[in-house]
Design a protein around this ligand. Sequence first.
Ligand SMILES: Cc1cc2nc3c(=O)[nH]c(=O)nc-3n(C[C@H](O)[C@H](O)[C@H](O)COP(=O)(O)OP(=O)(O)OC[C@H]3O[C@@H](n4cnc5c(N)ncnc54)[C@H](O)[C@@H]3O)c2cc1C
Length: 394
Amino acid sequence: MKKTSEIVIIGGGVIGTSTAYYLTKRGKEVVLFEKNDLASGASGACDQDIILQSKNPGIHLQLAMKSAEIYKTLEAELEHPIEYENTGGMILIETEEELEIMRDFVKRQQQVGLEVEILDLKQARELQPGLSRHLVGSTYSPQDAHVNSMELTLGFAKAARKQGARIMLHTEVVGIKQRNGRVQGVVTSRGDVDCEIVINCAGAWAPKIAEMIGLTIPIKPRRGQIIVTEEVAPYVMGDVLSARYIVAKYNPEILENSSDPGIKLGVGLSLSQTQKGNILIGATREFVGYNTDVTRTGLKEILKNATRLVPGLKGMNIIRMFAGLRPYTPDGLPIIGPVEGIEGFFVAAGHEGDGIALSPVTGKIVSDLIVDGKTFIDVSRLALERFAKNNKKA
Ligand SMILES: Cc1cc2nc3c(=O)[nH]c(=O)nc-3n(C[C@H](O)[C@H](O)[C@H](O)COP(=O)(O)OP(=O)(O)OC[C@H]3O[C@@H](n4cnc5c(N)ncnc54)[C@H](O)[C@@H]3O)c2cc1C
């Protein structure tokens, strides 16, 4: 193994590989370390939605809109089939109370330029005939899209390699070397590498990497269980979420206090169909440490919720189930940028349920910050320092 590199990236998920792609595109020397295989973390155990309308208006939606723009030409740029499709998407509304909340959400999104509207039940059923008649309606945005997250990760890695990146699989970073407040290199299971910059792209494991350099990062693994059906004829149009999904995503405290097992597990509908025809039915949002087991209660509650909203799913066979760990942050925004007080140490992690959608823009921002010292928006709101002025452990 070569003993030096300008930049070391830790983590071979969609964020690490995207960052490797954009940095090598700008001529940087990069080595990426992944302790298992590419996409072996959340990036290979998730849904396929590039959904804009689930994002809070503000910097979150701004990032998603920039990413969506990049996605339009990404497949051609990477020269790899990533199964990108601009499908549109909807958020199902069950009650008048939810309708009021979604009206306000949609209005604020429209104000910043997102194409999104509220549909009544008849209009929603015209787009998605399988919807239950008890629904009040839905939102709809033609800007939502799909991508195969594993192919995307492999595509970023392949293109980064072509541009000179070295990607070291089955190589765990076990330590970070620093001197006088400056990063010096990393210690891996296959030897040391000296470098000027270390980028922590370890998703739900980012806090463990941070600990190696004396930092606390408030990311927690948030398990999501997903069910996969057999291949069926086209049945689901685009990305389908439920308003309860939005509540589960942004308000974990409401879920914990509920006595309903489905709400307690953070179950909110996410539904989409792959190009091959399998339907992905999700998902839970649970804080259970690094446990990636699937559970009987998870299966039961996901299905109960999904078939209540889309009864036609009842006739389909399930072929498997899996779970991944979303890298959750307390304010729902990722952590992107350099860390104050440790020169050369960057974080690009904490994308919770949005890492696939935000991967192109994240890689671009990190490469812009490293090469130009600035990017297309003010990213100070994404800095680690927003959580506490002094993150350094005593
Ligand atoms: C059920 C579920 C559904 C989701 N649906 C969507 C969706 O529809 N749309 C969307 O945009 N997002 C979705 N997400 C979120 C998305 O999957 C994540 O935000 C994204 O995959 C995070 O990517 P990452 O590269 O940061 O982390 P990961 O993919 O987890 O990658 C981190 C990598 O770091 C490696 N690593 C850790 N420690 C070390 C070490 N010491 N040395 C070397 N390597 C190390 C790990 O092995 C891992 O491969 C979903 C997530 C889940 C769980």
